[in-house]
Ligand binder design. Structure first.
Ligand code: NAD
Ligand code: ZN
Length: 428
């Protein structure tokens, strides 16, 4: 079993830090209010971490200096968290395909130099003014889209598209002052989707952090902070298949296979996996996928192949590829009258989705989602409990590779080659 106590104790020191007076040692976390075991955990972390609160931390980060060029491990400065911000010591991170698109910057706007990374887990090092929800030593998952809890979206049961903190891939600075908290030799480095987890320390808005059960192993639940919750929620919260129904999943990477797991949990009887990479099919059997279609094996559109297999179309489909053709197929392969298709893949910035309006008139529904419609602060802690801690969802099978932080470029190679699902990057 993962031990939060020993992990905090051994991992809280940054590479170098400035001295600080000890007066704020307990201001963030009075030990008298907490129970013995937790107090040991938090006391040790407070002692270690309070030395850096309010100070610039120098630590290692993987910097993307230019589009498509290998990341370089550099020593960077991480400024203290400002109002409503939290500085987090990242312990584990992993690579999602969204990082790749913005690093390649072929179909996306280039913003460089930048620190990528948005799927991760860590521990609160210090908090900025106004932050009361988390304390030094808390275990947290940063999320690329936030929840202010005050706007119309946050108050709506139907939306997670927070007005203030929704995903913004072009902004490379913090909201409060329009500045970056990262610098290298005094020059700013841009953030990515408010998380920038390819750094030993990062600064995140409190609305983009989920505080989770300290007993949850961070080297597993880190993948719930993007890909797995996204796929799972796309099926369970958005597509909502009925028991016994048929579901097609386009793209059998980690996000798609999490969508397939969602279909399994919902009791779907047929789960049809669609991918152009045949290596995915053997792997996908472990995730409840019952049938496979490789569009390259057919000389007609894959939506027609699926319609023939299912007597007119599947009840639900979830697209997790980012490819526009696959998005159109995912929509056109659902049954008329009741079929629902959900788009998850991040498209090229100039992409156009084209279908005949009659496909919609025929009572098909097209939806889309970010982060599986989960509200990060309110829902993610219970996703950890309900699916991982209760053993409903085995996160271990998604983690097919593991590398040290210094070898982060290998994680990029695996994903570019379509090898494996998630590569865990250990920061130490
Ligand atoms: P991945 O690269 O591991 O998996 C993508 C899979 O899609 C691969 O197996 C690939 O072979 C397959 N594929 C590509 N083109 C295809 C096509 N035309 N037809 C069928 N299969 C095709 O990526 P991932 O990390 O699982 O992410 C999947 C997608 O989800 C990406 O576009 C990513 O940016 C997006 N994403 C969206 C959200 C969100 O909130 N909406 C969150 C995370 C990831
Ligand atoms: Zn992601």
């Amino acid at each position: 079993m993962y031990s939060p106590c020993s992990t905090i104790y051994t991992t809280t020191l940054p590479i170098s830090y400035h001295t600080n007076n000890s007066s704020d040692l307990f201001t963030n976390h009075p030990p008298k209010k907490i129970q013995i075991r937790r107090s040991i955990v938090c006391l040790s972390s407070s002692i270690k971490m309070s030395t850096t609160a309010g100070q610039v931390i120098r630590c290692k980060a993987a910097v993307a200096w230019e589009a498509g060029k290998p990341l370089v491990i550099e020593e960077v400065e991480v400024a203290p968290p400002q109002k409503m911000e939290v500085r987090v010591k990242i312990l584990f991170t992993s690579l999602c395909h969204t990082d790749i698109y913005f690093w390649e910057a072929e179909g996306q706007n280039p913003v460089f130099p930048r620190i990528f990374g948005h799927e991760a887990a860590g521990i609160v090092e210090s908090v900025g003014e106004g932050v009361t929800e988390v304390q030094v030593g808390d275990h947290v998952l940063p999320v690329f889209t936030g929840e202010c809890k005050e706007c119309a979206h946050c108050k709506s049961e139907e939306s997670n598209m927070c007005d203030l903190l929704r995903i913004n891939t072009d902004r490379g600075v913090m909201l409060s002052d329009g500045k970056s908290r990262f610098s290298h030799n005094g020059k700013p480095i841009f953030h990515f989707v408010g998380t920038s987890t390819f750094s030993e320390y990062t600064v995140v808005h409190i609305g983009c952090l989920a505080k989770i059960n300290p007993l949850a192993p961070l080297d597993k639940v880190c993948i719930l902070s993007c890909g797995i919750s996204t796929g799972l929620g796309a099926t369970l919260n958005v597509a909502k298949p009925k028991k016994g129904s048929s579901v097609a999943v386009f793209g059998l990477g980690a996000v798609g296979l999490a969508a397939a797991e969602g279909a399994r949990i919902a009791g779907a009887s047929r789960i049809i996996g669609v991918d152009v990479n045949p290596d995915r099919f053997e792997l996908a059997k472990k995730f409840g996928v019952t049938e496979f279609v490789n569009p390259k094996d057919h000389n007609k559109p894959v939506q027609e192949v699926i319609a023939e297999m299912t007597d007119g179309g599947v009840d639900r489909s979830v697209e997790c590829t980012g490819n526009t053709e696959a998005m159109i197929s995912a929509f056109e392969c659902v049954h008329d009258g009741w079929g629902v298709a959900v788009l998850v893949g991040v498209p090229h910035k100039d992409a156009v989705f084209k279908t005949h309006p009659m496909n919609i008139l025929n009572e098909r529904t097209l939806k889309g989602t970010f982060f599986g419609n989960y509200k990060p602060r309110s829902d993610l802690p219970s996703v950890v409990e309900k699916y991982y801690m209760s053993k409903e969802l085995e996160l271990e099978k998604f983690i097919t590779h593991e590398v040290k932080f210094a070898e982060i470029n290998k994680a990029f190679e695996y994903m570019l080659k379509g090898e494996g699902l998630r590569c865990l990057i250990r920061m130490e």
